[in-house]
Design a protein around this ligand. Structure first.
Ligand SMILES: CC(C)(COP(=O)(O)OP(=O)(O)OC[C@H]1O[C@@H](n2cnc3c(N)ncnc32)[C@H](O)[C@@H]1OP(=O)(O)O)[C@@H](O)C(=O)NCCC(=O)NCCS
Length: 162
């Protein structure tokens, strides 16, 4: 079960859309940055935002041969609140892929002087919370999302803290 990490390319937009639309409901419950389903146009837009100057976002894909098995990103990079999203396909979870994508993204963020990264996590998503706290994220607020009907923690990490 090997994988390689690679930056998202414009040519990956269709594969990313297929990956997202193939995620199981249990995963989409806790990871839904593009809603229930996405489109090729939305994924092309994501890829394009990796190429803007200043850069709008960084997206990483984990590949097993020609299948995407993970996706992680820092978005809103030109705003005061860059945020993180991360997902690993069912069957590939718990094997270190999330940890390696998160480590890579935070190292990139430190390298380009991103000062703080934010995220929201469903309060019962213990695996994700463990992953985030082990990388320095701390909870600073809690919110019940009326749309999802789920409780979330707001977490953030200060990348300048070392
Ligand atoms: C959350 C998610 C990204 C983590 O990625 P992953 O590849 O499954 O996790 P990893 O194997 O890299 O493990 C990372 C850490 O998670 C924790 N972890 C792993 N498996 C766990 C489990 N079964 N229970 C609790 N914590 C667990 C550990 O802290 C682990 O670090 P360690 O190995 O140093 O102890 C992934 O499980 C996922 O995509 N889940 C569904 C979507 C989702 O919830 N995304 C996050 C939205 S906020």
């Amino acid at each position: 079960m090997s994988y390689t990490l690679q930056a998202l390319r414009l040519t990956d937009a269709q594969a990313l859309a297929n990956f997202y639309n193939g995620l199981q409901p249990t995963t989409i419950r806790t990871f839904r940055p593009l809603g229930d389903r996405t489109t090729l146009a939305a994924c092309r837009q994501i890829a394009a935002e990796n190429l803007t100057d200043p850069r709008g976002r960084i997206d990483l894909l984990a590949w097993n041969i020609d299948s995407i098995v993970g996706w992680a990103f820092l978005a809103n990079l030109t705003s005061e609140q860059p945020y993180l999203g991360i997902v690993v396909a069912e069957g590939w979870q718990g094997k270190g892929i999330g940890k390696s994508m998160l480590g890579r993204l935070l190292a990139w963020g430190r390298g380009v002087a991103v000062s703080k990264v934010y995220l929201m996590v469903v309060t019962d998503n213990q695996r994700a919370i463990n992953l985030y706290t082990s990388h320095g994220f701390a909870t600073y607020d809690e919110e019940f999302d009326e749309l999802d009907q789920l409780p979330y923690y707001h977490m953030a990490v200060d990348l300048e803290a070392g």
